[in-house]
Each structure stands twice: as C-alpha cells, then as structure tokens.
Design a protein around this ligand. Structure first.
Ligand SMILES: [Zn+2]
Length: 64
C-alpha cells in the first residue's frame, strides 16, 4: 500500500486512492507544495528511522 510522504516533516500519510494526486486521509498535505510530497510504499517509508506515521491517518501514529 502506498502512502504520501511529506519530505519536509518526514511524516507518512495514508493515501486517499480514490482521489487524484496527493490527497491524504487527514488532508494535512492539501497545502503542501507537491515538490515536497512523494508517493512511497508505507512499509518502506517506516523502515526509515526518521519517518513517523501521521496520527490521524494511522491508529498507531502520532501527531500530524
Ligand atoms: Zn495524515
């Protein structure tokens, strides 16, 4: 499953697959420049120690 990585905050969000481009479940990336967003596999993103899960997109995440 793909998520949307905000490279400025190192936060991974759940990708809203029914929507175009970088829409996320929590909507936090709506106003982030697309230059800073990347579609990545969630499992791969969280294997990076610097990346944290969004608390609104994931039950086991924190902050947003
Ligand atoms: Zn989120």
């Amino acid at each position: 499953m793909n998520g949307v990585l905000n490279e400025t905050t190192n936060k991974i969000h759940r990708h809203e697959t029914s929507r175009s481009d970088f829409q996320t479940t929590c909507g936090a990336t709506t106003h982030v420049a697309h230059d800073h967003l990347r579609l990545v596999a969630i499992e791969r993103a969280v294997s990076d120690a610097d990346v944290t899960k969004c608390g609104r997109c994931f039950a086991d995440g924190s902050g947003y």
